[in-house]
Design a protein around this ligand. Structure first.
Ligand SMILES: Cc1ncc(COP(=O)(O)O)c(C=O)c1O
Length: 289
């Protein structure tokens, strides 16, 4: 079955979907986006994604292209038309199309809206629990990474550097030696007392929807969460480390640069949180009857 994309009011074959070369998303990375997990045809943590999109638009002085209800309708339609049961839906809103000029005037611009969806099999329990290697990279991003913009070049460079070293992700490190987050996920460690530690929300990290969900699941499972910055050195000597994102779930980290974390296998706290997260999404897939 060929893929279908939504572009500015029309559902078109994916390979025919187009926006203008004068679209400010193309010229200035002047756009925001959301990636939402789909399980059993339903979007997971949709409220959080929609609230974050609304915030991203507000923070960048971009008008809401249509009501959030209408955007959700488009996302659902794109999921259905691509027959996605398990996978992800991608929504991008750009400020609009105008002759290239740094200065924008929202009154003269019609935001462009693009939505795609694709199937991605959910990992089996065995796959999900595989530990991964990460490398450290300097965090060279701008000062508002709390906004989910498509301006992802530093993230792409860091993740590619990781891939070239056979690593899954990059821990981004600020000028003071503290880990901010990863190139496409939030970073966590487990301290010697079994508490999970992650950097507090600020303009230096993306407020991950999975981060938020995992904090709730930790609390439900009696695991203490401490929101404070941690250094790369502390991460390397942590009992456990993991990362979270919509597409990575809770991913155990068993190596940072050349250092093995813990005993080199996913630790108990990480496994508990991963199990809780998988249960959470499975319950949505097969609601109790
Ligand atoms: C830089 C960055 N941090 C964190 C995340 C995790 O966010 P979420 O859990 O909402 O997917 C992402 C996801 O794309 C990201 O790009």
């Amino acid at each position: 079955m060929s893929r279908v994309a939504y572009v500015n009011g029309r559902y078109v074959p994916h390979n025919k979907a187009q926006v203008s070369i004068d679209d400010r998303g193309h010229v200035f990375a002047d756009g925001v986006y959301e990636v939402t997990l789909v399980v059993g045809g339903r979007m997971i943590d949709l409220e959080g994604h929609v609230a974050r999109l609304e915030r991203s638009l507000r923070e960048l002085d971009m008008p809401q292209p249509m009501s959030s209800r209408a955007l959700i309708h488009i996302m659902n339609q794109t999921i259905k038309r691509n027959r996605v049961k398990d996978g992800m839906v991608y929504l991008q809103v750009n400020r609009g199309t105008a002759p290239r000029n740094h200065v924008y005037d929202n009154d003269d611009l019609q935001p462009s809206v693009v939505c795609t969806a694709k199937s991605v099999p959910l990992p089996s329990d065995a796959d999900a629990v595989d530990g991964v290697k990460v490398i450290s990279q300097p965090d060279i991003r701008w000062g508002r990474v709390d906004i989910k913009t498509v301006s992802l070049l530093p993230n792409a460079l860091a993740k590619t550097a990781a891939a070239k070293e056979g690593a899954y992700e990059a821990f981004l490190v600020d000028d003071d030696g503290y880990v901010t987050e990863c190139s496409a996920s939030n970073a966590w460690i487990v301290d010697k007392d079994g508490r999970v530690v992650t950097r507090p929300l600020s303009n230096e990290i993306l407020p991950g929807i999975t981060r938020d969900r995992v904090i709730k699941l930790a609390e439900e499972n009696g695991i203490e969460v401490v929101e404070r910055p941690f250094t790369l050195a502390e991460a390397k000597s942590a009992r456990e480390a993991f990362l979270t994102s919509t597409t990575s779930f809770v991913k155990p980290v068993t190596q940072i640069d050349d250092v093995t974390i813990g005993n080199g296998h996913p630790g108990t706290v990480t496994r508990t949180l991963l199990g809780a997260y998988l249960n959470f999404i499975r319950e949505i897939r097969q609601p109790a009857t």
